[in-house]
Design a protein around this ligand. Structure first.
Ligand SMILES: [Zn+2]
Ligand SMILES: [Zn+2]
Length: 427
């Protein structure tokens, strides 16, 4: 006696992506790959787990991601690893390890893992795509990375995005500023939110980013880093802003924009989807990390990048009511064969070799049953091969969208089938 077992489900906070939704993913990735290529980037693939230090050194042990959200585990050899919580650190680790010629421009697509409370648009395994450039601090590259993001978002149909930008300074001006900010926060610490009243010293910059009203009120009078940049950082920032405006990309200075990871220096930016409301509305962001290479044991090397969560991008698309498919992913042809002959298998392979998306029924079913599958398949054309066609060396081509297919269908010689279909498909 065997009782049926309860079926497995995907783990909490994860999700499967099946057709037809997966066609959106495919289109998004193809579009991103195309933009990356146009901008001179090559694909990089790195492991989804790394020595835990790869993430903690750059992201910072004080960060919320490290403290609450990372998947950390010990393997059978008692090594301590972490599943990648974001895209950048692994790519920079690969750069440090392989020392490719600079500037090194790489793009990636990867799952990222955060132990978060599951909610709309937040997953424990989500997907990110992004780019990184290592080996130059030229403001032109900041502009280029932002332009790539901006053009990619436009290409996938997002119109209501707002680009926020800020500078995080560098090792010269940021420590001076943090002292200034700390003096201010100390004087006002009783007015901060519950969490920051106790914790602000651990990372004073995070208070600027706090969404609680108390912290927003206090910090509205706080000194802002953008007003305390050193001359080099100021000049760099001004050149980035000028460069963006020269190519017609509108940006908004956001002095409170402090991204969650310690490794950011100078330019930081975020693209906000206004359609997503006020929370969880960033569809992408990034910035410079001129110290990260050194933190991972490499030579001092400037870097900049950005990343976007695919799920969030698709939510924003939906919120903006963008329905245009990103990629044609429907069948051209469905082949109905009741003869079971190898010659039909050959015909199907020839259609596919000619670039025609072709599917067929299996299991030698009746004409009627195969016809039902053809109707459901989404294919525009059906090719019919029955005993009569087989004998005559012909194939019937039927337009599945035609109301009166008896009238519109045509019989063509077997040898003419591929060229005839190719012509119909491209029409
Ligand atoms: Zn707060
Ligand atoms: Zn500076």
């Amino acid at each position: 006696m065997s009782e049926s077992l309860p079926p497995f489900r995907a783990p909490t906070g994860t999700h499967d992506v099946l057709a037809p939704e997966s066609a959106l993913w495919e289109g998004l990735v193809a579009s991103f790959a195309e933009f990356a290529y146009r901008y001179g980037f090559s694909l990089v693939m790195t492991p989804i787990f790394e020595d835990v230090g790869v993430f903690t050194r750059g992201i910072g042990e004080e960060s919320e991601v490290f403290q609450k959200e990372m998947y950390i585990f010990e393997d059978r050899g008692e090594r301590r690893f972490a599943l990648r919580p974001e895209g950048t650190a692994s790519v920079v680790r690969a750069f440090v390890q392989h020392q490719p010629t600079t500037p090194w421009k790489a793009w990636y697509i990867t799952p990222a893992f955060r132990y978060e409370r599951p909610q709309a648009g937040r997953y424990r395994q989500h997907y990110q795509l992004g780019v990184e450039v290592l080996g130059t601090d030229d403001p032109a590259v900041d502009v280029e990375v932002i332009a790539l993001a901006n053009n990619f978002y436009a290409a996938i149909g997002l119109k209501n995005l707002r680009l926020l930008i800020n500078s995080m300074g560098d090792e010269e001006c940021r420590p001076r500023y943090i002292e200034l900010l700390s003096e201010y926060l100390e004087a006002h610490q009783m007015e901060l939110c519950d969490e920051h009243r106790e914790m602000w010293r651990q990372n004073p910059l995070r208070v600027l980013d706090c969404k609680k009203e108390a912290c927003i009120r206090v910090t509205s009078g706080a000194p802002m880093l953008i007003d305390h940049l050193c001359d080099n950082c100021r000049a760099h920032f001004d050149q980035v802003i000028a460069g963006l405006s020269a190519i017609g990309v509108e940006s908004f200075l956001s002095p409170r924009l402090v991204r969650g990871f310690d490794y950011y220096t100078r330019t930081t930016f975020e693209f906000i989807a206004e359609s997503l409301g006020n929370a969880q509305n960033a569809v992408g962001g990034g910035g410079r990390y001129d110290k990260l290479s050194e933190q991972l044991g490499g030579k001092a090397t400037s870097g900049i990048g950005f990343g976007s969560g695919i799920e969030r991008l698709l939510l924003a698309r939906q919120a903006e009511g963008v329905v245009a498919p990103l990629l044609k992913r429907t069948l051209d042809v469905f082949v109905i064969d009741t003869t079971g002959g190898d010659s039909v298998t050959l015909l199907i392979e020839q259609l596919r070799a000619a670039g025609i998306a072709t599917d067929r029924a299996y299991d030698q079913r009746s004409m009627k049953a195969q016809m039902r599958v053809a109707d459901k398949s989404g294919a525009r054309w059906a090719l019919l091969v029955g005993p009569e066609e087989l004998l005559a060396g012909e194939v019937t081509i039927r337009d599945l969208r035609s109301q009166d297919f008896e009238q519109t269908q045509q019989r063509v010689a077997r040898s003419q089938t591929v060229s005839t279909v190719a012509h119909l498909v491209t029409k």
